[in-house]
Write a protein that binds this ligand. Structure first.
Ligand code: SF4
Ligand code: SF4
Length: 267
């Protein structure tokens, strides 16, 4: 209290060097030059000086004569820049095996703590990725993600990349946590769903070097023996079997986005 009274009663004055000092407690305890603030910007003179008060309207005036652009979203989706950071994707190798090895580096790199990974051992009967381990659980919480891309920089196998997809609305908070099945890349023609063995005679190094260019007959035979109804088998695909490569979260999210588009289009 005494200290506060002392500061309130301090009238200020000059310091030992003769510089003016503000009264204590006003934020002016530091010695300041007596001549005050002097701008480094040269003052405008002549015509420039006369017009400077209205100079700030230059941007407004120049835009008044430009055509108005109204984006018709969601009826028309504006294209993003090629390197736009949108939804993540967990990629596959050419034979369908998953690139993710469950190392958790992406989770450690994430500044928002948005990624949760649990790795597990591959076994001869359940090989999901080349090598020893795969990502058994993979979740991204899109309520936390700030789309900075640090996770994809950290990934050693290029398993994790980001797409240009930005429609990520969800109905519930829980629904904004995307699971592995929601994030896995869709299976293309010629790729087999996991698990299945690696291409015979290869190591994970050959996979990392992209030397595996597709699934082999031995892999097809293995899947046919263990999952004869698998829709990614060529025989089933030829009969029109559809590949269920979307998780529940993504299906729900797609339905919501479609409803929003319908609403937007009805205007
Ligand atoms: S983009 Fe950034 S915030 Fe989002 S999951 Fe990756 S590291 Fe985390
Ligand atoms: S996505 Fe990449 S960094 Fe993340 S766990 Fe899988 S392999 Fe590791």
């Amino acid at each position: 209290m005494a200290d506060r009274d002392e500061r309130q009663n301090d009238p200020g004055g000059t310091d030992a060097a003769g510089r003016q000092v503000q009264p204590a407690g006003t934020g002016g305890d530091v010695a300041r030059p007596a001549e005050g603030y002097r701008s480094m910007i040269e003052p405008r003179t002549g015509v420039a000086g006369a017009l400077s008060p209205v100079g700030g309207f230059g941007v407004t005036l120049s835009n008044m004569f430009r055509p108005t652009v109204t984006e018709q979203y969601p009826r028309e989706q504006p294209p993003t820049k090629p390197r736009y950071h949108g939804r993540h994707q967990l990629n596959r190798y050419a034979d369908g095996l998953e690139r993710c090895i469950g190392c958790e580096l992406c989770a450690w790199a994430c500044p928002a703590d948005a990624i949760y990974v649990e790795g597990a051992e591959n076994t001869p009967d359940a090989q999901f990725s080349p090598g020893e381990r795969y990502g058994r659980v993979y979740q991204i919480n899109y309520l936390r993600c700030i789309f900075c891309g640090l996770c994809i920089e950290a990934c050693p196998t290029r398993a994790l990349t980001m797409t240009n997809e930005y429609e990520l609305a969800g109905p519930t908070r829980a629904g904004m946590i995307w699971e592995k099945q929601d994030l896995l890349a869709p299976l293309r023609e010629g790729q087999l769903s996991t698990p299945h063995p690696m291409v015979e005679g290869t190591t994970d190094t050959e996979y990392y070097r992209n030397e595996v260019t597709g699934s082999t007959q031995a892999q097809v035979d293995w899947v046919a023996e263990h999952r004869p109804d698998d829709p990614t088998l060529p025989v089933n695909a030829a009969q029109g079997a559809t590949v269920p490569d979307l998780g529940e979260t993504r299906l729900a999210q797609r339905a919501i986005t479609a409803a929003a588009h319908k609403q937007g289009g009805a205007r």
